[in-house]
Design a protein around this ligand. Structure first.
Ligand SMILES: Cc1cc2nc3c(=O)[nH]c(=O)nc-3n(C[C@H](O)[C@H](O)[C@H](O)COP(=O)(O)OP(=O)(O)OC[C@H]3O[C@@H](n4cnc5c(N)ncnc54)[C@H](O)[C@@H]3O)c2cc1C
Length: 366
C-alpha cells in the first residue's frame, strides 16, 4: 500500500521503459513511484519475445554506451539462444544470416525488471490506472491523486500523458500472435509478402515451442481482417496452440519531441520502436536510461530536460533515421506481387536486404 502522495518523480507504466527510467532515477537518489494499471506487470503476454543478444546490440546500436550494464537479462528469463535469422519471401526459400538472438520468457523478463528497480528503491503501485495528468498532479481512475515534480509517460502505445498532451499521431500496426508447443529448430524467421500486407509475419522458436505472429497495415489488406491473415499463417504450423494474444505496435519511429515542461515520454509512448524490424524492448530501455539519468541531473543541478532528446539523438539518431527509411521503402517493396518479391530476395540483394532490416544505410553512397 502506497500512503505517500508527493514524489520527486512519478512514472506511468512499469514496462521496460518505465521500470528502466525508474531504476536510473532511483540510482541517482531520487524518490520515484511507478503506477501501473496491471495487477502483475508483464502479464498477459503481448510480445514476440525476441531481443538481440548484448553483442548483437553493440553492433546494431554502436553509439549506445555500457550495453552490459543496461541489459542484464537473467538466465531464467531466456528461453532459447538463436544463432541464425532467416528472411523468408513467399516462395519459402530464405536468405540466411548469422544472428545472435535471445528468445525471452517476456513475462519473467518484465517481472525481473520490476524486481531490479525495487532492489534499488523504486516504489510500485499496481492495479491503479492513471486517468489524467495536469501539471504536477496525477489522477487515478479510482479518485486518488498523487503529485511529483517530474512525470514520465511510459504507458506504451496508448499512454495517457501522450494522448492528452501531445497531438502528434503515430502509425500503429495491429498484431496477433500465438504460442505453440513443438520443436521449431533454432532459427528466427521473418516472413514477407501477401501473408502480411505492409508488415511481416514471424516464427520465433522457443524451448519446446514457438511464438508465431502476424502484423499488417490495414490500408494494404484489401478489406481482409487481421484475423484472417493470422489464422492462415499460424495455421501453417499445425501444432497445438497454448496461448493467443494481440497488441499494437507504433511504427512511425520516434515523435518530434519527448519533453514538454515537467513531462517526458519514453518507450512506445515516444515511438521508440525500430519500424524496420519491430524491436521495442531494448530500445525502450535505452530511452529509459537516458530519461532517468537526465531527470537526476535536472533535479540535482538544473540541467535542461531537453538534454534527454539531445542524448537520445546522439545514441540512437542515425539508427532510428535509417530504420524509418527502411520501413518506408520496405512498405513499398513488400506490396509487390509475391512472384516479384521472390525474385527480389536473391543472393545478389542479400547484403542490401540485411542492411535494411538492421537499420543501416541501405546503400553506402547515401
Ligand atoms: C504483439 C507484439 C509483439 C512484439 N514483439 C516484440 C519483439 O519480439 N521484440 C521486441 O523487442 N519488441 C516487441 N514488441 C514491442 C515491445 O513489446 C514494446 O516496444 C515494449 O514493450 C515497449 O515497452 P514500454 O515500457 O514502452 O511499453 P509496455 O511494455 O507496453 O508497458 C506499458 C505499461 O504501462 C501500463 N499502462 C498503460 N496505460 C496505463 C495507465 N493509463 N495507467 C497506468 N498504467 C498504464 C501497462 O499496463 C504496461 O505495463 C512487440 C509488441 C507487440 C504488441
Amino acid at each position: 500500500m502506497v500512503e505517500r502522495t508527493d514524489w520527486d518523480v512519478i512514472v506511468i507504466g512499469g514496462g521496460p521503459a518505465g521500470s528502466t527510467t525508474a531504476r536510473y532515477v532511483a540510482e541517482g537518489g531520487m524518490d520515484v513511484l511507478v503506477i501501473d494499471s496491471r495487477e502483475s506487470i508483464g502479464s498477459p503476454l503481448q510480445c514476440g519475445e525476441l531481443v538481440p543478444s548484448n553483442d548483437e546490440m553493440k553492433r546494431l546500436c554502436p553509439d549506445v554506451p555500457d550495453v552490459d550494464d543496461l541489459l542484464q537479462t537473467p538466465e531464467h528469463a531466456i528461453s532459447l539462444r538463436t544463432s541464425e535469422l532467416h528472411l523468408v519471401p513467399p516462395s519459402g526459400r530464405p536468405l540466411r544470416y548469422p544472428f545472435e538472438g535471445l528468445m525471452l520468457d517476456r513475462v519473467a523478463h518484465d517481472e525481473w525488471l520490476v524486481d531490479l528497480a525495487k532492489s534499488i528503491g523504486v516504489n510500485y503501485l499496481t492495479g491503479a490506472r492513471v486517468e489524467s495528468v495536469d501539471g504536477e498532479s496525477v489522477s487515478l481512475r479510482d479518485g486518488r491523486e498523487f503529485t511529483a515534480r517530474i512525470i514520465v509517460g511510459a504507458g506504451g502505445h496508448n499512454d495517457p500523458l501522450r494522448r492528452s498532451h501531445w497531438d502528434e499521431s503515430s502509425l500503429k500496426i495491429p498484431i496477433k500472435f500465438a504460442l505453440m508447443d513443438g520443436d521449431f529448430g533454432d532459427a528466427v524467421e521473418l516472413h514477407f509478402g501477401s501473408m502480411a500486407p505492409g508488415g511481416y509475419a514471424w516464427m520465433f522458436p522457443k524451448q519446446g515451442g514457438a511464438n508465431i505472429g502476424v502484423g499488417i497495415q490495414n490500408k494494404f489488406a484489401k478489406g481482409h481482417s487481421l484475423n484472417l491473415f493470422a489464422d492462415e499463417f499460424i495455421g501453417r504450423y499445425g501444432a497445438e496452440i497454448t496461448f493467443r494474444g494481440a497488441g499494437s505496435l507504433p511504427m512511425s519511429g520516434t515523435i518530434d519531441c519527448f519533453v514538454k515542461d515537467n513531462h517526458l515520454l519514453v518507450g512506445d509512448a515516444a515511438g521508440m520502436v525500430l519500424p524496420s524490424n519491430g524491436a521495442g524492448i531494448t530500445i525502450a530501455m535505452i530511452g529509459g536510461r537516458i530519461a532517468g539519468q537526465t531527470i537526476v541531473s535536472h533535479l540535482d543541478n538544473g540541467t535542461s530536460l531537453h538534454e534527454y532528446e539531445s542524448e537520445w539523438k546522439r545514441q540512437m539518431g542515425s539508427v532510428m533515421r535509417n530504420s524509418k527509411l527502411s520501413f518506408k521503402v520496405g512498405s513499398w517493396i513488400t506490396r509487390l506481387p509475391d512472384w516479384m518479391l521472390n525474385l527480389a530476395f536473391n543472393p545478389l540483394t542479400k547484403p542490401f536486404v540485411w542492411r535494411f532490416v538492421t537499420c543501416r544505410k541501405p546503400f553506402i553512397i547515401f
